[in-house]
Design a protein around this ligand. Structure first.
Ligand code: HEC
Length: 182
């Protein structure tokens, strides 16, 4: 009998640790999701995003679960996006030249993760984390600032470059709406 109980306990542990399409069984809160090892080999979301206003260039990656999303859909639970923020300065042609890595930002979503959001700042089931260039040391930016700035984007699953991603991934041309939006 004891053996059977032990077997059940072991299998429950195994099941609860496994990763499925509905996302990992662990529920992350803001600041908890680590920078995933090997994210640089993930599908590219957008590279070399020019942020002249912030004097930065950004490279964004999405994990394979997220890359399966189709335009018009929300990203599935289990999606993770990693954004590298680089210092940059304008080159002779006006394009920004990438300098040192400043920050690594992570946003991920999983079943029920949004439940931990502070009141009024629930971005669906996304949670946020920010790291210094080493990808390990927590950055000082509080996650509520991430939430506040991504919050209005309800129509595009809280993802700023949603339209640009699908347009360029699917071989189209992206025209930035007049007046910016970014
Ligand atoms: C002031 C507004 C603002 C704040 C604050 C902000 N973001 Fe964003 N975020 C953006 C914009 C705009 C983009 C699109 C890329 C770009 O233009 O730099 C973006 C893109 C991203 C992306 C890539 C997916 C996407 O939405 O296109 C991730 C991941 C991300 N942000 C994470 C974070 C995290 C983590 C924080 C907090 C530490 C944060 N962001 C804070 C505005 C913001």
């Amino acid at each position: 009998m004891r053996k059977i109980v032990a077997a059940i306990v072991v299998s429950v542990i195994l099941v609860s640790c496994s990763t499925t399409d509905s996302g990992p069984a662990v529920k992350f809160k803001d600041g908890e999701q680590a920078v995933p090892a090997g994210y640089k080999s993930w599908p590219k979301f957008l590279m070399n995003v020019q942020r002249g206003d912030a004097k930065q260039v950004r490279d964004i990656y999405v994990n394979p679960i997220g890359a399966r999303a189709q335009k018009g859909q929300a990203f599935a639970n289990g999606t993770i996006m990693v954004m590298e923020n680089y210092a940059a300065k304008p080159g002779a042609d006006g394009k920004l030249i990438k300098g040192e890595l400043l920050r690594v930002f992570v946003m991920g979503k999983g079943d029920g993760w949004g439940g931990s959001a502070p009141q009024g700042l629930k971005n669906g089931d996304w949670v946020y984390a920010a790291y210094l260039a080493d990808g390990v040391t927590k950055a000082p930016e509080p996650a509520v600032t991430c939430r506040a700035c991504h919050l209005p984007l309800t129509k595009v699953d809280y993802v700023h470059r949603y339209d640009e991603y699908f347009a360029t991934r699917d071989g189209g041309v992206f025209t930035r709406p007049a007046g910016g939006g970014y």
